[in-house]
Write a new protein. Structure first.
Length: 501
């Protein structure tokens, strides 16, 4: 370690047992890295607070001028260029060569081969000048390893006795029939794949949807809407489910790299830097919590906390690999395990076309106890950590249309956009009252809200079983959309009356 430097805690990521170092990274390659700064003032979003505007959030809890100047001076002294400063997201984006960054942060950057996928990675921790200790909370972009996988699975349609259009699921869960998501914006984060607008037009026509949502896409760090890969299934499912529930909503799809840097830039762009503040955010991607680095989780979670402060619920699917999340032990999936997310698990639904006949926990539903986050104040179950999921809905046999063909898919991926669409409907009805705000507060703190969910008492995800009340397979259960809206409107009216008294 260089004299006058100290280690940036949490900067080392776990390395897969299948990873092999394939030499040092090219020192002449030009890259961009984001330095995340501390807040001017701490923010507590663990309990219900007044909703802030972006301007208020930046002024009270953004980066300090002195900190920006200190990091900018450090960059200049190491021949790094400042590309962009965002005080609201507390981010300074720097450009330079791999060699310059390795020297500036006193670290070694290598190429890591993980079963044929080669990425940049750190072979040791990041070090920063002691004068910046506490000022810099994260340095993201030196490591480009994958930390995102989609939560959708193609199934053989000939093996499916019945499948559902998203509008059928919407009706079975009694979503408010007269609401369409008018004047609402649903942001959807994608870390791969692409779409063709003609596929959406075909799908919405097939299910008899009169209106069709406006869909546009935004590039994050150069990632584009490039259809033609297996991840197109994820993009199609997300947009077609959200659009079926809220056909008059504006849907904005953010295509980002599947790296740590891609995550924080996608969240920040959608929540803090988009032209229109989103009503809700939907994410159907994640990575086992045990395979993330602490520094990245801390930085990304601060961006998710910004969403809570702005009254935005970020709906995140809990994963499709049950209680072990595809690893050798019990673990939850991040960012669904964040206390600043609505974690969406899965069920298996049976119906006669009009009513739900039976509903049980889906075996793939991600759920368990976070090893990273303590229990938030609104979760009082006696668990050692944040419990996942919060809610659930049907995760099997969704009809989609992508790449010019029909398909049937499973996955909690469907549940996040389903709830995002429901929240958009609620916000449409509650215009002028910040919509539903962060939904977790209401669900956990109000018995009348809990009672609107169908309690799922059967089914298992491998490590846990569904049971009466909250459980680690389906959370509080599946929604009755109209009943939930009634509760939200009643609570909103009561809060307004309290403020006026």
């Amino acid at each position: 370690m260089r004299s006058g430097y100290s280690e940036l805690l949490g900067s080392m990521r776990p390395t897969s047992t299948n990873a092999v170092v394939a030499g040092e990274a090219d020192p002449s390659e030009v890259i961009e890295v984001s330095v995340i700064l501390r807040r001017a003032n701490p923010i507590d979003v663990s309990r219900r607070r007044s909703v802030l505007t972006r301007e208020q959030l930046t002024e009270r809890h953004g980066a300090q001028d002195n900190d920006v100047q200190a990091v900018s001076a450090f960059a200049a002294s190491n021949s790094l260029s400042v590309v962009k400063v965002s005080q609201g997201t507390r981010t300074i984006r720097l450009s330079g060569t791999v060699g310059q960054f390795a020297n500036a942060f006193d670290t070694t950057i290598v190429n890591l081969d993980e079963q044929g996928a080669v990425s940049r990675a750190l072979s040791g921790p990041i070090f920063i000048p002691e004068a910046l200790n506490g000022v810099v909370v994260a340095v993201l972009g030196l490591d480009t390893r994958r930390v995102a996988r989609s939560h959708v699975q193609l199934v053989q349609s000939q093996n499916v006795l019945s499948s559902f259009y998203a509008t059928q699921i919407r009706d079975l869960y009694h979503f408010p029939p007269d609401l369409r998501g008018d004047r609402q914006t649903i942001a959807i984060l994608e870390f791969g794949g692409g779409y063709q607008s003609a596929d959406f037009a075909t799908y919405f026509h097939q299910e008899g949807l009169g209106a069709q949502p406006s869909v546009e896409w935004v590039s994050v760090d150069g990632n584009m809407n490039v259809p033609g890969s297996v991840d197109d299934t994820e993009v199609a499912l997300d947009v077609e489910v959200a659009g079926s529930v809220a056909p008059l909503a504006d849907i904005v799809v953010y295509f980002a790299p599947w790296s740590e840097l891609g995550w924080i830039h996608a969240i920040s762009m959608a929540v803090m830097e988009s032209p229109v503040l989103p009503t809700v955010v939907s994410v159907s991607w994640g990575w086992p919590e045990t395979l993330w680095g602490d520094m990245a989780i801390s930085a990304i979670d601060a961006a998710l906390a910004d969403a809570v402060a702005l009254g935005i619920t970020v709906c995140i699917s809990s994963g499709d690999w049950g209680s072990n999340d595809g690893t050798s032990g019990q673990t939850t999936e991040y960012p669904a395990s964040s206390p600043h997310a609505l974690a969406c698990g899965g069920t298996v639904l049976q119906s006669d076309g009009v009513n739900i006949l039976d509903e049980v926990g889906w075996p793939g539903s991600g759920g368990g106890i976070s090893a990273m986050f303590p229990p938030p104040p609104w979760q009082n179950f006696g668990y050692s950590g944040r419990a996942v999921p919060d809610v659930a809905a049907n995760a099997v046999h969704y009809k989609i249309h992508f790449d010019g063909a029909d398909a049937v898919v499973n996955g909690t991926s469907a549940v996040a956009p389903l709830y995002a669409g429901l929240i958009a409907l609620c916000a449409e009805s509650m215009l002028g009252s910040h919509g539903a705000g962060f939904l977790n507060f209401t669900i956990y703190e109000d018995f009348s809200a809990q009672s609107t969910f169908r309690d799922i008492t059967a089914g298992s995800n491998g490590g846990y079983s569904a049971q009466p009340g909250y459980d680690l397979v389906t959370g509080w259960g599946s929604p009755n959309g109209a009943a939930l809206l009634d509760v939200l409107e009643t609570l909103s009216f009561a809060q307004v009356q309290l403020q006026l008294s």
